[in-house]
Design a protein around this ligand. Structure first.
Ligand code: C2E
Ligand code: MG
Ligand code: MG
Length: 719
C-alpha cells in the first residue's frame, strides 16, 4: 500500500496515518457510511457522555433533595436562630458542591465534545481518503458479506456499491483463484493481517483484471476479530507490461516466434523427458532459406523482413496440419509438431522441434512437407512474387549428445551439407559430418597460424598476348607451404579462409608481396604498356569496408602504379544485384586500377548487365576453353562471348588454355589473351623472373599439350 496521508491528523490524540490499512487496524476504524454501525471510539464517547449525563441527573436530584430537606425547617418560624444559621451554612456548602459539580460536568462535556469533533474530523478525513484513493477498499463482515466498498470499485471494476453489497465477496473472483483468496482471508482473521496476494477479478464488462490485495482485521473493543478490511490495487497494466517484457525476452521481434533461448530451453526439456522415458525420441530441424541474401540485396531490407515473416507463417502452417500432441500420424503425413515448436534463431535461420518420432523418416517427411509448402505458391512481396526454397538439416535425439546446443549444432552442420549438395533439400546429420566439421575447424586454426608464421607464398601464372605470344602480366595465386605436408593449392583452404574472414588479412599480405615483386619486374622489364598484376578479390573482401584503404596502402608502400593492377572478381559476385557491388567496383576503378570478370560463363548472369559494370576484361572460365577443340558447342559459346565482349569494348582472357589446338581456336576467334598450362603453370617468383628474362614460358606438363615446342607456336588464321 502506498497511499499515505502525512501530517494530516488534527491533534496528537489521533494517530498519524502511515497507510490506509495500518490506519484502519490501529484505529479500528469503521467506514462512516456502513449502515447501522458506529465506530468503536465513537461508541466509547457516547458511553462516556451517557454516564456523565446520568451522574449529572442523579447528583442533581440528590443535591436537590438534600437542599429541599435542609431548607424545609427554615420555613417554620419557631426554629431557633442558631439552628437556622447552621442550616444556612449547610445549604451554602451544598450549593457550593452543586456549583463545583456543574463546573466539573461542563468541563467533561466540553472534553467529550472536543473528542467527538476530532473523531468526526478523522472520519471525514478517512472518508475523503477512501473515496479518492486509487485503491479499492472493501470491508467484509464475519460472514463474508461486503459491508462497505469504496467508490474506486465502480471506477475500476464497473460495479455500483449496491451491486457489490448484494453479492458475496468471492462472486467476482476468478474461479481458479477463489480458494487462494478465501485462504488468505482466513489467515488474516487468525493472525490479524493477511499476506499480500494477487488474484483475478471480473470487470463488469466481462474482462479479467488482476488485483494485488492485503486484508487486515478490525477488532472490536473486546479484542474479538470483527470485520476484514481489504485494500485492493489494480495491477493489470503492470502485469501486462511484465508479461510483455517476459515475452520479448524469449521471442523474436519480427516474427514473434520463440527465439534461440526459448528453443534451447524446450530442447533441454525434451532431453530430460527422453532421459525419463527412453522410448521418447525427438528431432531438430534446422531450416535455412536459400539465397536469402539475394532477396535482401535486390528487394531491400524491409522486403527481406516481409519474406521472413511470410516464411515463418508458412512454416507454422505446414506444421499446424498435425497440431496434436497425441501420436499416430496418418500415413505419409509425418509426426505431429505443434506450431509453437518453430523458432527463429536469427537472420534466415529457423528451427523446429519434432517430438514423439519413430525414426529418421518422420522428420524427413516434415522437412519434405515444408519444402513443398514453400514451393507451392510464390510469396507476394509488394508488387513482386518470389519463390523461396529452404535447405533443411536434421539431427535426431538418438545421437550420443546430452546438451541441446550440441544437437542444434549437428542440425546446423547437416543444413550446411544440404546447401553444399545443391540447396532446397534436406540432410540428416551423421558422424562423418561431425568429423568434417572438426577437420574444417582444425584447418581454420592451422591457417590462422600459417598466416602468422609466414607459411603462405605467392605463385604467378603468366597471361600471354596471343598476337605476339608475349607475357603481358601475371595472376598472383596463393599457396600454402605446409610443413611436413607440402604445397597446398588454394582450392583446399580458400573457402575456409573466406568463411572465417581470414581471407582479409591473408590477401592484404598477398597484395603487398605481389605488388613489391611486380614493381621490381616492371623496373627490370620496362614495356608499353607495363606488365600487369592480376589479383583475385573474394565476396568477403569485397564487402569489407577496409578494402579500398588496403589497396591504396599497398600501392603507396610499393610505388606501383594503380593502372598496373587488374582486380579479378568472379562473375557471381560482380553481377549481384543492388547498389553496393557496383559502388565498390567504381571505387576500385576510380583509383585507376582495372577490373576483370573472372570465371565468366559460370554465373548465368544477364549479359546486358555487363555494360553497367566498370570492367574492362572478361576471363572466360576454363570449363569452356578446355575441350573447345573437340566440342563444337563450347567453341560456339566462346565465340559468342568473345564477340559480345568486343561489342561492349571489353578485352578477353581465355583461362585454362592447355593445348595448341585451343590456342589456335582462340586466335581464330580473335581472343586477345590467354592463360593456362599450355604457357605455364603458376610458378614461384624466381621462376616467373626467369620466364621474363628468357621471354619464354615454361611449357605446361599437361598430357593434353600437343607439342612441347617453345613459343611462338600458333598460326593466325587469315580472316
Ligand atoms: P582463378 O582466379 O580462376 O585462378 C585460376 C586457376 O586456374 C588457378 O588455380 C590456376 O592454377 C588454374 N589454372 C590455370 N591454368 C590452368 C590450366 O590450364 N588448366 C587447369 N586445369 N587449371 C589452370 P588455383 O591457383 O588453384 O586457384 C584456384 C582459385 O583460387 C582461383 O581461381 C582463385 O579464385 C582462387 N585463388 C587463388 N589464389 C587466390 C588468392 O590469392 N586470393 C584469392 N582471393 N583467391 C585466390
Ligand atoms: Mg582469378
Ligand atoms: Mg578464374
Amino acid at each position: 500500500m502506498s497511499t499515505s496521508v502525512r501530517n494530516s491528523a488534527p491533534s496528537s490524540e489521533i494517530p498519524v496515518i502511515k497507510n490506509i490499512s495500518s490506519f484502519i487496524r490501529q484505529t479500528s476504524w469503521v467506514p462512516p457510511d456502513v449502515p447501522g454501525t458506529t465506530s468503536p471510539p465513537m461508541k466509547q464517547i457516547e458511553r462516556r457522555e451517557w454516564w456523565l449525563w446520568s451522574s449529572v441527573v442523579i447528583v442533581t436530584l440528590l443535591l436537590t433533595a438534600g437542599i429541599a430537606s435542609l431548607a424545609l425547617p427554615l420555613l417554620h418560624s419557631e426554629t431557633d436562630s442558631s439552628y437556622r444559621e447552621n442550616i444556612r451554612q449547610s445549604l451554602r456548602g451544598l450549593l457550593g458542591l452543586v456549583l463545583l459539580f456543574d463546573i466539573y460536568s461542563v468541563y467533561q462535556q466540553f472534553r467529550i465534545h472536543r473528542i467527538r469533533r476530532q473523531l468526526m474530523s478523522r472520519d471525514d478525513m478517512f472518508r475523503v481518503i477512501s473515496e479518492n484513493a486509487a485503491d479499492m477498499i472493501a470491508v467484509v463482515d464475519a460472514n463474508g458479506k461486503r459491508i462497505y466498498n469504496s467508490p474506486a470499485y465502480e471506477r475500476l471494476l464497473g460495479y455500483t456499491p449496491e451491486e457489490l453489497r448484494t453479492t458475496p465477496a468471492l462472486e467476482q473472483v476468478h474461479p481458479d483463484d477463489r480458494a487462494r483468496v478465501a485462504h488468505a482471508a482466513e489467515q488474516a482473521r487468525k493472525s490479524g493481517r493477511g499476506e499480500r496476494i494477487e488474484y483475478r477479478i471480473r470487470h463488469k464488462d466481462g474482462s479479467w483484471r488482476v488485483l494485488e490485495s492485503t486484508a487486515s482485521v478490525v477488532r472490536d473493543a473486546s479484542g474479538k476479530s470483527n470485520n476484514l478490511v481489504i485494500v485492493n490495487r489494480d495491477i493489470t497494466d503492470r502485469k501486462r507490461a511484465e508479461e510483455r517484457l517476459q515475452h520479448n525476452a524469449f521471442h523474436d521481434a519480427l516474427t514473434d516466434l520463440p527465439n534461440r533461448a526459448l528453443f534451447l530451453d524446450r530442447l533441454e526439456r525434451a532431453f530430460s523427458r527422453a532421459k525419463r522415458h527412453p522410448e521418447y525420441k525427438f528431432a531438430v530441424l534446422f531450416v535455412d532459406i536459400d539465397d536469402f541474401k539475394k532477396f535482401n540485396d535486390s528487394l531491400g531490407h524491409a522486403a527481406g523482413d516481409d519474406v521472413l515473416v511470410q516464411i515463418a507463417q508458412r512454416l507454422m502452417s505446414s506444421l499446424r496440419k498435425n497440431d496434436t500432441v497425441s501420436r499416430q500420424p496418418h500415413e505419409g503425413e509425418g509426426p505431429p509438431a505443434s506450431h509453437d515448436s518453430v523458432a527463429r534463431l536469427g537472420g534466415d535461420e529457423f528451427t523446429i522441434l519434432i517430438e514423439d518420432i519413430h525414426d529418421a523418416s518422420d522428420p524427413i517427411r516434415v522437412a519434405t512437407r515444408i519444402q513443398k509448402v514453400l514451393a507451392a505458391t510464390p510469396l507476394s512481396i509488394g508488387e513482386q512474387e518470389i519463390f523461396a526454397s529452404a535447405s533443411v538439416g536434421i539431427a535426431l535425439s538418438t545421437s550420443p549428445h546430452e546438451r541441446a546446443a550440441d544437437l542444434l549444432r549437428d542440425a546446423d552442420l547437416a543444413m550446411y551439407r544440404a546447401k553444399d549438395l545443391g540447396k532446397s533439400r534436406c540432410e540428416v546429420f551423421d558422424t562423418a559430418m561431425h568429423a568434417n566439421a572438426v577437420k574444417r575447424l582444425q584447418l581454420e586454426t592451422d591457417l590462422r597460424k600459417a598466416i602468422e608464421h609466414g607459411e603462405l607464398c605467392v605463385h604467378y601464372q603468366p597471361i600471354v598476348r596471343l598476337s605476339d605470344m608475349k607475357i603481358v602480366g601475371f595472376e598472383a595465386l596463393v599457396r600454402w607451404q605446409r610443413p611436413h605436408v607440402g604445397l597446398i593449392p588454394p582450392a583446399e583452404f580458400i573457402v575456409v579462409a573466406e568463411e572465417s574472414g581470414l581471407i582479409v588479412p591473408m590477401n592484404r599480405w598477398l597484395r603487398l608481396e605481389a605488388c613489391q615483386k611486380m614493381q621490381l619486374w616492371q623496373a627490370e622489364f620496362p614495356c608499353n604498356p607495363p606488365l600487369t598484376l592480376s589479383l583475385n578479390v573474394t565476396a568477403k573482401e569485397f564487402a569489407h569496408p577496409g578494402l579500398i584503404n588496403d589497396i591504396v596502402q599497398a600501392l603507396e608502400q610499393t610505388g606501383l602504379e594503380p593502372s598496373s593492377l587488374q582486380f579479378e572478381i568472379v562473375e557471381t559476385v560482380a553481377m549481384r544485384d543492388g547498389e553496393k557491388p557496383e559502388g565498390v567496383l567504381r571505387q576500385v576503378t576510380a583509383l585507376g586500377a582495372r577490373l576483370s570478370i573472372d570465371d565468366f560463363g559460370t554465373g548465368y548472369s544477364s549479359l546486358s548487365r555487363l555494360r553497367h559494370l566498370p570492367a574492362d576484361t572478361l576471363k572466360i572460365d576454363r570449363a569452356f576453353i578446355s575441350r573447345m577443340d573437340i566440342d563444337g558447342d563450347n567453341r560456339a559459346v566462346v565465340r559468342t562471348i568473345v564477340s559480345l565482349a568486343h561489342n561492349l569494348g571489353l578485352m578477353v582472357v581465355a583461362e585454362g588454355t592447355e593445348t595448341l589446338e585451343e590456342v589456335n581456336e582462340l586466335l581464330a576467334i580473335d581472343c586477345e589473351y590467354a592463360q593456362g598450362y599450355f604457357f605455364s603453370r603458376p610458378v614461384d617468383g624466381e621462376t616467373a623472373l626467369q620466364m621474363l628474362r628468357t621471354g619464354l614460358c615454361n611449357q605446361g606438363s599437361s598430357s593434353r599439350v600437343a607439342t612441347a615446342k617453345p613459343l611462338p607456336l600458333p598460326v593466325r588464321n587469315p580472316r
